[in-house]
Design a protein. Structure first.
Length: 291
């Protein structure tokens, strides 16, 4: 009886408080947010009406939302692919035994330590002034005007910045995975005549599939939720050519004062990210192997 009371007391002390905090900051806001998607609340007025599913109908008939959704998919695809390829390439290079590899790891990871707002302003300066200065000096037409002023290059600029920031973080995860690959297995493969490309294809990559799963998942979630860099680097311009979905939601809710519709857009984004992430993790997990 004493043991049972002790277990109940420990449960109340160590489990109940975190559950209550989680419910207060996650569950209740989520439920309330879903409720607001069925209203026409403007985010300020204490009065609003229930409008049913009209917000959702409005979303999927809104060309600006569909355009932002399509541009977000393009952005996410290229960011996920290039950040993982670059992160893995850096990890392979920095686990090869080169001199000062610890210093290089720190330098590449440092990009992830820069806040999104600060980084957006830094890269805005690079694209608007530093690269145009190079173009003026060298005569290279590609750099003679800021990439941020053209709809054809602004999204590319946004992708470059995101890949530059994210690849260093993914590199650390890949480095952790590669250092756990059995050296005995690699040595045995080398003795049997395996080439470096064969080692990578048939041993290293299969043995770090769990790291690949984590990195792809994190890249997908971070790319879909990109907001601060989008806001400070391009502000969705020029001509809304780089207005990603997170920024579109912000504009709808807080600039257009249509909080109900903005909340509905946020819920749609949440569902999209959840579905894609679940599919990606499920498919990736099936191909994992144990050391």
């Amino acid at each position: 009886m004493k043991k049972k009371k002790s277990e109940i007391r420990m449960f109340c002390e160590f489990v109940v408080p975190p559950m209550l905090i989680w419910a207060a900051v996650v569950v209740i806001p989520l439920i309330y947010g879903i409720y607001l998607t069925f209203t026409n609340w403007n985010g300020l007025s204490p009065n609003y009406d229930i409008v049913g599913i009209s917000n959702y109908v409005s979303i999927f008939t809104d060309k600006t939302f569909l355009t932002s959704l399509w541009k977000t998919f393009i952005y996410v695809f290229f960011v996920v692919v290039f950040s993982n390829v670059l992160g893995l390439a850096l990890a392979l290079l920095l686990t090869y035994g080169i001199k000062l590899q610890g210093l290089f790891r720190t330098c590449f990871f440092a990009a992830n330590m820069i806040g999104g707002v600060v980084m957006g302003y830094i890269w805005n300066y690079i694209f608007s002034f530093a690269l145009t200065k190079i173009g003026a000096v060298t005569g290279w037409s590609i750099f003679q005007k800021s990439w941020l002023t053209s709809p054809n290059t602004a999204l590319i600029s946004l992708i470059i910045v995101a890949v530059w920031q994210l690849s260093g973080y993914l590199m650390v995860i890949y480095v952790a995975g590669l250092t756990n690959v059995s050296q005995d297995m690699l040595e045995a493969a080398k003795i049997d005549g395996a080439t470096p490309s064969q080692l990578l294809r048939y041993i290293k990559i299969p043995m770090i599939r769990s790291s690949v799963t984590i990195c792809v998942f994190m890249a997908i979630s971070r790319a879909f939720m990109s907001f601060d860099v989008n806001l400070t680097l391009t502000a969705g311009g020029p001509f809304k050519s780089t207005e990603l979905l997170a920024l579109k939601i912000y504009q709808t809710a807080f600039s257009n004062f249509d909080y109900g519709k903005g909340q509905a857009e946020a819920l749609v984004l949440f569902v999209i990210v959840a579905i894609i992430s679940i599919i990606q993790v499920t498919v990736s997990k099936k191909g994992e192997v144990q050391a």
